[in-house]
Ligand binder design. Structure first.
Ligand code: FES
Ligand code: FES
Length: 165
């Protein structure tokens, strides 16, 4: 069957099976920026925003997201037009293989939005809880979010404002 999905502000009809997960439908339709790590809700690699809230897409039945807004990391920023958070991750050296980065960026975006760009270290650690990284210690990732928060609070450009969804 086909149902409409609102992905990154674009509505498209996608084919799905009744028991298919959102992660599976996204990846089968070239949204491969959403990663599949554990497929069990444990690693955060498949994180997307669903009506502005971060969810593990491997744990969401695709049929249940009709009429909801889905945002993947590419809806936040791309390699050609990176979001300030993505720039901060690169500058802080917080990405290595990059597999966890899409989920980390989604989680970071949510942290900044929920704290009005003024998260405490505890807010950051709590917000990143559930996002696993096999390459880095988490120190640089936390530093990257702190850096993004500082830049977002200081900058006057629209891309810095985490309320643009
Ligand atoms: S793939 Fe969904 S949480 Fe790991
Ligand atoms: S940078 Fe490789 S898993 Fe996080």
């Amino acid at each position: 069957m086909k149902i409409p999905f609102n992905i990154n502000s674009r509505v498209i009809d996608l084919e799905l099976k009744p028991n298919e997960t959102l992660l599976s439908v996204l990846r089968n339709n070239d949204y491969t920026e959403v990663k599949c790590g554990c497929n069990e809700g444990e690693c955060g690699a498949c994180l997307v925003l669903l009506n502005d809230k971060p969810v593990n897409s491997c744990q969401v039945l695709a049929m249940s997201v009709r009429d909801k807004k889905i945002k993947t990391v590419k809806g936040i920023g791309t390699i050609h037009l990176p979001h300030l958070i993505q720039k901060a991750f690169v500058e802080a050296g917080a990405d290595q293989c990059g597999f966890c980065s899409p989920g980390m960026i989604i989680a970071s975006y949510s942290i900044l939005k929920e704290t009005d760009n003024k998260p405490t270290k505890e807010d950051i650690k709590r917000g990143l809880d559930g996002n696993l990284c096999r390459c880095t210690g988490y120190v640089k990732i936390v530093e990257a979010v702190e850096k993004a928060a500082t830049l977002s609070a200081e900058a006057k450009t629209p891309e810095a404002v985490c309320s643009d969804m």
